[in-house]
Write a protein that binds this ligand. Structure first.
Ligand code: IMP
Ligand code: MG
Length: 178
């Protein structure tokens, strides 16, 4: 068990399970995007570990870019989404692979898709390490690559945080309800 601030967390998905799944997703992207040169667009901060491990397994020519979006406070989605770091890279005509840590309510992804809709991109594909199907509140979010579908519980580790802590853990942990 791990304690972070006022909460306890227990192991949920091991580091080796994650690495195995990330390799599977990368293999699939390498096949699906053969002959193309996409831009991997990482959503900071949460996706930084998934992003790094994923792109290391990519063999097609590709570029990277980042955007920072924020919606969470504590263990609840605040519902108010803001871009904290603007997208400055030129994405015109490019195929974009959005790399996210988790799709929870889907509001952050909906917001990001609205930003990308204003750019003249060739296509948008989404790779999310985690998804919480029961928490989804918006329609029309095509998750092309998903690492793990999980229950509607708060998780940390492998990039995901509880009030800023726990991102460095190599595995994923789930909150232990009191
Ligand atoms: P959404 O807008 O509700 O889909 O939330 C998306 C963002 O909230 C994700 O990119 C995460 O950064 C954060 N988030 C959602 N669920 C969790 C969780 O269980 N643990 C930590 N962060 C989470
Ligand atoms: Mg995120």
């Amino acid at each position: 068990m791990i304690r972070i601030l006022d909460r306890n967390f227990v192991p949920y998905i091991s580091a080796s399970e994650i690495q195995h799944r990330v390799k599977e997703i990368a293999d699939k992207i390498n096949v699906d995007f053969a002959g193309e040169s996409p831009i991997f667009l990482g959503v900071l901060n949460g996706a930084f570990m998934f992003f790094s491990d994923l792109v290391k397994q990519i063999t097609i020519p590709s570029q990277v870019a980042f955007i920072k979006i924020s919606s969470y406070q504590g263990t609840q989605s605040s519902g108010k989404i803001t871009a904290k770091v603007e997208l400055t890279d030129d994405l015109t005509g490019k195929r974009i692979i959005v790399v996210e840590d988790i799709v929870d309510t889907g509001r952050s992804m909906e917001y990001l898709l609205s930003i990308l809709a204003e750019k003249q991109v060739a296509s948008v594909t989404i790779a999310s390490l985690l998804q919480k199907p029961e928490a989804l509140e918006v329609d029309g979010i095509p998750l092309d690559y998903v690492g793990f579908s999980i229950q509607n519980q708060f998780v940390i580790g492998y990039g995901l945080d509880y009030n800023g802590f726990g991102r460095n853990l190599p595995g994923i942990y789930v909150v232990k309800e009191i």
